[in-house]
Design a protein around this ligand. Structure first.
Ligand code: ATP
Length: 295
């Protein structure tokens, strides 16, 4: 079996009386994207900062390629922080060149520009670029030292849907080049889109771990078909499924969407204006904790 890039063993971090991270363990395989998913305050950023060696743990250990971290760790990782201030008086190009001077071996600027889609804004001042462009620049800065392992702390927070998707495609492209990515997010669609493995965190602990599909399979059942109440003329008690009536619509809980739809059609129920919901990571979190991720 190949040695994992990172092994996190029983990691804990306490701030005064706050147990920010409470004994988490996991390992991350080379070339995969691993996500820490959880609501605000779950302990994701703290966990990431301990793994990155920015803050010391209260207890526990982190192995890098099977051994305690050495000085080379810092040179081999790239970090995109949640909050980084860019210098207003510099252009995007000048910022990249300045950061390049901090490292011995660096990625070529053309390569960074191409992979992070910066060609249109290279000459612009940092304070004149959009949120999405700033995130792409931050990503380029995280890649500057040709890292093998990249940490992204809530990479798309605050971006509009189009910029988020654009950033996701760039992150995917980086992963396809064989880099290992560790990210935090409180967006289940981001985790679902980018991550091979997810650890769901709540109150400092990992409450579930697996691929998005495994988690949904393990913690959720069936799906929901929602119809306008007036579509159903027969007595509701004749429905062969559990249901719930809310705001003039009927939520019908089925084991499988396909067979559920077939059965409703066979009962001559009008399916116009139907919506269908298959379980997702939001449902996993809700089923595990009784709370919504974004509460
Ligand atoms: P978010 O999504 O909001 O960034 P998070 O999951 O990353 O949340 P953390 O920022 O790791 O969560 O915070 C976990 C807990 O630790 C919170 O209760 C937070 O208030 C607390 N905490 C974080 N940093 C510190 C600090 N430097 N001093 C004291 N408490 C802290």
């Amino acid at each position: 079996m190949t040695t994992p890039v990172l092994e996190v063993k029983n990691l804990a971090k306490q701030y005064g009386t706050v147990q920010a991270v409470n004994g988490i363990s996991f390992s991350i395989k080379q070339g995969t994207c691993f996500g820490l998913l959880g609501p605000n305050g779950a302990g994701k950023t703290t966990a990431l900062e301990v793994i990155e060696d920015i803050i010391a743990p209260t207890s526990g250990e982190v192995l890098y390629n099977g051994a305690p971290k050495t000085a080379s760790f810092r040179e081999e990782i790239g970090i995109q922080f949640q909050h980084t201030s860019l210098l207003n008086f510099m252009t995007v190009r000048e910022t990249i060149v300045t950061f390049q001077k901090l490292y011995k071996e660096t990625e070529r600027i053309e390569h960074l520009v191409e992979s992070c889609k910066l060609s249109d804004i290279l000459g612009q001042m940092n304070n004149k670029i959009s949120g999405g462009q700033a995130q792409r620049l931050m990503l380029a800065l995280a890649l500057i030292n040709k890292p093998k392992l990249i940490f992204l702390d809530e990479p798309s927070t605050g971006l509009d849907p189009q910029s988020r998707r654009y950033l996701w495609e760039i992150i995917r492209g980086i992963q396809e080049k064989g880099k290992t990515i560790v990210l935090t997010t409180h967006s289940m669609d981001e985790a679902e889109y980018l991550c091979d493995t997810i650890a769901i965190m709540d109150q400092g602990r990992i409450i579930a771990r697996g691929s998005p599909a495994e988690l949904i399979d393990r913690y959720c059942e069936g799906g929901t078909i929602t119809l306008p109440r007036e579509n159903i003329s027969l007595p509701l008690t004749e429905l062969p499924f559990p249901y719930r009536e809310t705001n003039g619509r009927l939520e019908i809980m089925v084991d499988q969407i396909n067979t559920g739809v077939e059965q409703l059609l066979a009962m001559k129920i009008n399916l116009s204006d139907m919506t269908v919901h298959s379980p997702d990571l939001e449902d996993v979190f809700l089923n595990l904790t009784g709370k919504k991720l974004r509460d």
